[in-house]
Design a protein around this ligand. Structure first.
Ligand code: F6R
Length: 590
């Protein structure tokens, strides 16, 4: 979603703000802007479209303090006027998040004489802070008051006209980090924007940060507080393309190393993977791909742990009747750890006394901090909007949760699975080298694609289809293979691509019958199948073979061709793979 950068130091702020915004592009945006102090006045530049459009407007100033923003439209269409920074009276700010009570506030502010140019909730928040400033010029008091009046989620970086050497930052619900560096002090919504200058940062929580050229101070209830500094420990390359054409391709190729590191770490620290057998009810709650990882996870835990698991979409779970008790376990899966609906589900679970376990990538994120326990997937920065490496490591985490249960129940089988884990990284590597381009060319010609599978293969198919839709804009549907006959088969025409997943040895023959039904109606059939299955050539036009290992490992392998197929189809269609239209990396609003 939106991105924030702020700089206060001795260098020219403009290139630092622009480079910072470019590092945040991956979050998704449709307009951008910067504001800075120069010659005792504030200058604002903003434009619809890519940052390159904004750059065309910039002039040759050398300010040393400023703020910048990439906006992903929520209130009001993408336009210059709705873009940030917003300025009202003496206040200029950038904002991530959504102010839920902005309509009520807007009416009250209109009565005080404020007029609004944009359709945004942000302009209302700016006017609110300005109206508080008219009554009191103590900035901490103003911002504490604003916190009490604003409902919703926000991260703000603010400049006041009478305070030309200071930035103010505060947040609720949307992340902000603050960092000191030799080049000056920085504030940002995400780590990649600061990594060029420092690896050390503070995670803003309830405090207000006051950022001057030489110092950063934090205040809570107007008292100064000390905060612990965090350090970004991953390879800095995780935030760069490292020679690859796209972040997505680079992140796919990082997987063998990440998987190896993950398994080495967790097999040496098996206590960090909890035994989840003691709970009466287990829920997995997440959104999007993380939800698909949850579906795969539930399958593995049910099969190998013999425990029933319910999987819920977070935006549904938070509003439906719940049956949570103190004996329930709620597993929240989130790469960013900041997805609004997943956070709300976590809080709901805690209100109902359930135990919460976060499976999270971003260290120190809201879900990581608020869950009773967290398993970090250690994927490093994931920049491409379409998740790949984080998804794979989420699946691997569920595989480990199921493995832990299996180890208790069947030590011999668990020993075999252990051997499979040892070769997983190498097998992933081999799958990276298949020639997906030729198949991708065939799929790229079509407007509709179908994915089918049963049980775990259906859940894997859901993720394959989502990946394809997200970045290639080809419409695709996923069906539990047995459901095709109940309506959808009417859509199969001569040449329609049907991608079938056949790795579940207990059910693949049934899926083969369904593939035959689609082939009989002219479908182009791509089969992604476990190597050892008895499959006749008449059911496919193309086939991709997955090594025959335990289910706990094969599911991780099956993800790889699905990711690369989506990637190469989008490449063939020449789309902006790392920044698909309308999508945001981290969905911090409902
Ligand atoms: C798809 C994708 C999204 C996310 C979803 C949840 O490629 O990335 O579907 O999986 O928005 O995000 P997190 O995992 O950050 O909670």
């Amino acid at each position: 979603m939106c991105g924030i950068i702020g700089y206060n130091g001795k260098k020219n702020a403009i290139p630092i703000l622009i480079e910072g915004l470019k590092k945040l592009e991956y979050r998704g945006y449709d307009s951008s802007g910067i504001a800075y102090f120069i010659d005792n006045q504030i200058k604002i530049f903003k434009e619809k479209g890519r940052i390159s459009e904004l750059e065309k407007l910039l002039v040759d100033d050398k300010p040393t303090i400023g703020i910048g923003h990439t906006r992903w439209a929520t209130h009001g269409k993408p336009s210059k006027i709705n873009a940030h920074p917003h300025r009202v009276g003496n206040v200029t700010l950038v904002h991530n998040g959504i102010i839920e009570n902005y309509n009520v506030l807007k009416e009250e502010l209109k009565k005080k004489g404020y007029q609004f140019q944009s359709e945004t909730d942000t302009e209302v928040a700016t006017a609110l802070i300005d109206s508080l400033y008219q009554e009191n010029d103590n900035k901490l008091e103003i911002l504490e008051k604003a916190k009490n009046l604003l409902k919703g989620s926000y991260a703000f970086v603010i400049m006041f006209d009478d305070c030309k050497d200071t930035l103010y930052a505060l947040r609720e619900g949307s992340p902000l980090i603050v960092a000191k560096s030799k080049e000056g002090n920085l504030v940002s919504s995400d780590i990649p924007a600061i990594l060029e200058y420092t690896r050390d940062y503070y995670l803003l929580e309830q405090e207000i940060a006051i950022i001057t050229k030489n110092d950063i101070k934090f205040y809570l209830n107007r008292e100064e507080v000390k905060k612990d500094m965090l350090t970004f420990t991953h390879d800095i390359k995780t935030a760069s393309k490292d020679g690859y054409q796209h972040f997505m391709l680079k992140e796919i190729h990082e997987q063998p190393t990440l998987i190896k590191n993950y398994l080495d770490y967790y097999f040496n620290n098996l206590d960090l993977i909890p035994d989840i057998s003691k709970y009466e009810k287990i829920y997995i709650v997440a959104c999007g791909s993380a939800y698909h990882a949850g579906l795969i996870g539930a399958y593995l835990i049910e099969k190998y742990g013999n425990i029933e698991v319910k999987v819920e979409i977070a935006s549904e779970f938070r509003y439906k009747k719940n049956f949570l008790t103190a004996n329930s376990l709620v597993i929240l899966v989130s790469q960013s750890g900041e997805t609004a609906d997943t956070i709300a589900s976590l809080r709901l679970a805690k209100e109902n006394k359930a135990y919460t376990l976060g499976i999270v990538n971003v260290v120190g994120s809201t879900i990581a901090r608020e869950s009773n326990q967290v398993i970090y997937i250690n994927a490093g920065c994931e920049i491409a909007v379409a998740t790949t490496k984080a998804f794979t490591l989420q699946v691997l985490t569920f595989s480990m949760l199921a493995y832990k249960l299996l180890k208790k129940n069947d030590s011999q089988l668990s020993q075999e699975v252990f051997s499979d884990y040892q070769i997983l990284s190498d097998e992933v590597n081999k799958l990276l080298n298949f020639n997906y381009q030729e198949i991708a060319k065939k799929i790229a010609k079509h407007h509709d694609v179908f994915f089918i599978g049963r049980l775990i293969d259906y859940y894997l198919a859901l993720e394959g289809s989502l990946k394809l839709k997200e970045i290639s804009y080809i419409h695709s549907e996923t069906y539990a293979a047995g459901e095709l006959k109940h309506g959808t088969i009417s859509l199969i025409e001569e040449g329609t691509p049907v991608i079938s997943i056949l790795t579940d040895i207990t059910i693949y023959e049934k899926t083969i019958s369904n593939i035959k039904e689609t082939k009989a109606r002219g479908a182009y059939s791509l089969v992604i199948a476990r190597d050892n299955l008895n499959i006749n050539q008449d059911i496919y036009d193309d086939v991709i073979k997955i090594p025959n290992l335990s289910d706990l490992v094969t599911c991780v392998l099956t993800v790889i061709p699905l990711q690369l197929l989506a990637y190469y189809v989008a490449l063939e269609l020449k789309y902006d793979i790392d920044k698909p239209r309308n999508l945001a990396k981290s969905v911090t609003v409902e």
